[in-house]
Design a protein around this ligand. Structure first.
Ligand code: ADP
Length: 444
């Protein structure tokens, strides 16, 4: 469950939609399976009845002599045959004379009729409903108990070609109905159980689908809160300075200048913050117009070592470069952004170094990539913090970092620039030993 009501409602709605659609699909599939089984089963029954009728027809016709008369050869072919209308016990089939095995097929029956539809003989007990055959036909019969039968009638001829009478082969449909009934029960009971399972799975899947949205929503919320907090600090400082200055009755020029300096400093901080935020959001939305120019990393590093020399002297640290490749390294990208990237890393290295510390900016070539390393031997970063320092507004030691003037956006911007240049950035660090930031950029 999420803390936000909107997300819980959305998850519920998603799950309900998913479960409804799945339920509908499942019901349609269930009905389709039922209809298909019904069709296939009845076809199989009809085919079996027809095959049996055809086999009997083919084996009896050569031995039939007088129309409407059953001779010994017929009785030999069908040992369980009962003459007339009275039902009789079928004789135990003799394996030598038993040809068709109809006696063992309980749901089947056979009926012999004269051409004028008078009953001559039966095999097994047929339904007590007589329907006159009209040529070669299929009939569905319902007896007094409501049992249904499928029956096939065929005209028999004597060996001389005269019409002999009718042969009717039928089968009870009770097995077929039992089978379909159990399928219906299975589907009707199975559907609610399946719906319960689908409901659970839908809730879980909707949760999975909504989680990334929820995470980014939380990130945005956190970002907004952090940004507001960072903006409030300089604004509050300006407000306090102005208020205390207004209370002074005879404001001297040095006092006024001090106030203005404070306001100017806080204003600069505010502009820097707004600039950084704007840049991050533009990188996020790919709206930053990144120039595609050939940039020499050696030149950028040399320039920055020169530019930051004064800052390094103030912090009492020395800056050195190590270029380990014979050739200068060129990458494709926006020179201004690359300056910003390396500046952020070098400024951090200066800020988090001890006095008398050393900072090495290294350039080397590895496969088809330019590797830039900024190494310091300063305070270092604890392992659990290392994965978080690239987050926006994240500062390891909030109070100490605030003294350096950073808002915790420097590494987030560095990472965004590296990503925009299709590269990668990582940190290796040990508390008290120092940090090594490695940037990998594809070579031109
Ligand atoms: P900030 O503006 O606070 O420096 P960054 O995004 O540049 O923000 O850095 C985030 C945090 O990572 C810093 O607050 C600092 O604690 C830590 N950090 C960055 N670079 C170094 C470094 N070279 N040595 C030690 N800690 C560092």
């Amino acid at each position: 469950m999420h803390q936000n009501k909107l997300f819980n409602q959305t998850q519920l709605k998603l799950a309900a939609w998913y479960a409804s659609v799945m339920g509908l699909i499942l019901s349609i599939c269930g009905i389709a399976v039922y209809l298909h089984m019904e069709q296939t089963y009845i076809q199989a029954i009809d085919q079996e009845v027809q095959t049996l009728a055809g086999t009997l027809h083919d084996s009896l016709e050569p031995v039939l002599e007088q129309p409407g008369q059953l001779n010994a050869a017929v009785k030999q072919t069908l040992p369980g045959i009962c003459l007339g209308t009275t039902p009789c016990k079928p004789s135990i089939p003799d394996s030598h004379i038993h040809v068709l095995g109809i006696n063992n097929r309980d749901p089947y029956y056979v009926r012999f009729l004269t051409v004028s539809s008078q009953l001559l003989a039966t095999v097994n007990t047929p339904p007590q409903v007589n329907i006159s055959p009209q040529g070669e036909t299929w009939q569905t019969i319902v007896d007094r108990q409501g049992q249904r039968y499928h029956q096939f009638s065929i005209l028999l001829k004597t060996s001389t070609g005269q019409p002999w009478g009718y042969l009717q082969v039928g089968r009870s449909l009770s097995g077929y109905h039992n089978h379909l009934d159990s399928l219906k029960v299975f589907l009707i009971l199975g559907l609610p159980i399946a719906m319960l399972l689908i409901g659970g799975a839908s809730w879980w899947l909707a949760g999975l689908a909504i989680q990334p949205v929820y995470d980014s929503y939380q990130q945005v919320q956190q970002f907004t809160a952090d940004a507001a907090h960072e903006l409030r600090t300089p604004l509050a400082a300006v407000q306090a300075t102005v208020e205390s200055t207004l209370e002074v009755e005879d404001l001297t020029l040095p006092e006024a200048q001090m106030t203005l300096q404070t306001i100017e400093r806080q204003n600069r901080r505010l502009s820097q913050l707004v600039h950084d935020l704007l840049m991050l959001s533009r990188i996020d939305f790919n709206a930053l117009s990144m120039k595609q120019q050939i940039c020499c990393l050696n030149d950028v590093v040399n320039d920055l070592v020169e530019e930051l020399a004064a800052v390094a002297i103030t912090a009492q640290v020395s800056l050195t470069t190590e270029f380990k490749s014979d050739q200068p390294l060129y990458v494709m990208g926006d020179e201004e952004q690359l300056y910003r990237l390396i500046t952020n890393l070098m400024i951090n290295a200066i800020h988090y170094s001890m006095p008398e510390g050393l900072i090495i900016v290294r350039l080397l070539k590895e496969d088809q990539a330019a590797i830039l390393q900024v190494q310091d031997f300063g305070v270092g970063i604890a392992p659990k913090e290392q994965s978080r320092i690239f987050d926006r507004f994240y500062r390891v030691n909030r109070d100490r970092s605030r003294q350096t003037g950073g808002a915790g956006l420097g590494l987030a911007i560095a990472q965004a620039i590296v990503k925009a240049h299709h590269g990668s950035i990582r940190v290796q660090s040990q508390v008290g030993q120092g940090s090594l930031f490695t940037v990998r950029l594809p070579l031109k």
